[in-house]
Structure formats: structure tokens, C-alpha cells
Design a protein around this ligand. Sequence first.
Ligand code: HEM
Length: 152
Amino acid sequence: MRRLKFACSLMALVISLGSLGSASNASAQSKDSLYKRLGGYDALAKVTDKFIVRLASDPKLGRFFVGASDNSKGRIRQLVLDQLCAATGGPCVYIGRDMKTAHKGLGITEDDWTISVNHLVAVLTEFKVPKKEQGELAAALTDLKKDIVEKP
Ligand code: HEM
């Protein structure tokens, strides 16, 4: 009998926790991290893959990646992904070099930056990321610009 009572109270607790979860769903959605709203890790990985391929094959930007082995490009890809994941509120930890150190001496110009951002926007649009989220991601990256762009 005591066991039955215990089982019943356990079930009641589970049910009430369940309804608590769904009641707070609506407000949780509006507070979701950018990472979650972008679709999480797999979605960010797809965006990063397309972004890197576009940068490396762009007629003006390809020069930055000439001579980089597939493995080196894969390393950059993973670090960019980790950084995007961490910067948008995801569970990743960025362990790469800081942006100033990683890009120092490459001579990236304002024009290179604009072309890169346009590639990113094109990929996000291709993946049907809403304008609001696109804007939030662009804002997060704009903070890095001063450390990446070296020339006017
Ligand atoms: C959207 C802004 C950008 C972000 C978030 C970003 C992020 C990164 C990250 C995380 C790395 C790897 C750091 C490491 O090795 O520890 C990296 C490396 C690199 N990035 Fe960027 N980057 C951006 C813009 C650019 C642009 C505009 C270019 C040139 C077109 C560029 C070219 C490179 C190159 C060539 C490397 C390899 C440097 C090396 O290993 O010596 N990046 N970037």
C-alpha cells in the first residue's frame, strides 16, 4: 500500500513537472539563444561549411587560402564553427587563437571584409534564416571586424 502511495505521488510530481514545462514553453521560446534559433550545432556546421567553401573559392579572397592543406582548411572550419557556436550562446568553447593574432599580417581589407560578410549573408539566406537572426549574427561578427581588418 505504501509503495502504491509512493508511486502515485511520484506520478503526480512527474505530471505537474511536465505541465510546468509546457506552461513555460512560450516564454522560453522568446528567450531562446541565437544559437538555438539558428537551428543549433548541425545548422551552424552547414552554414560554416558553405561559408568556408565560398571564401576559399572567391576570386578575390581565394588568395588567403592558397597553399592551405585540406587539413588546415578543416581546422579553420572547425574553429570558425566553435567560435560561431560560442558567440551565439551555444555550448561550445572556442579554443582557437584570438582574432587579432590569427589574422595579423594577412592584410585583410575593408573590401575583403564586405565580400566575406556578403558571402555569409548569402549562405544564411540560402538556409532561410530569418532577417532578425541574420542581423543578430552580423552584429556579433561586426564586433570582431576591428581585429580582422588591417587595411582600408
Ligand atoms: C567573419 C569574420 C571572421 C571570423 C569569425 C573568422 C574566424 C577565424 C578563425 C576562428 C580562425 C582560426 C584561428 C586559429 O587558427 O586559431 C581564422 C583563421 C583564418 N582566417 Fe578568419 N575569420 C573571419 C574573417 C576572415 C576573412 C575576411 C578572411 C580573409 C578573407 C579570413 C581569413 C583567414 C585565414 C587565411 C585564416 C588562417 C590563418 C592561419 O592559420 O595562419 N578570415 N579565422
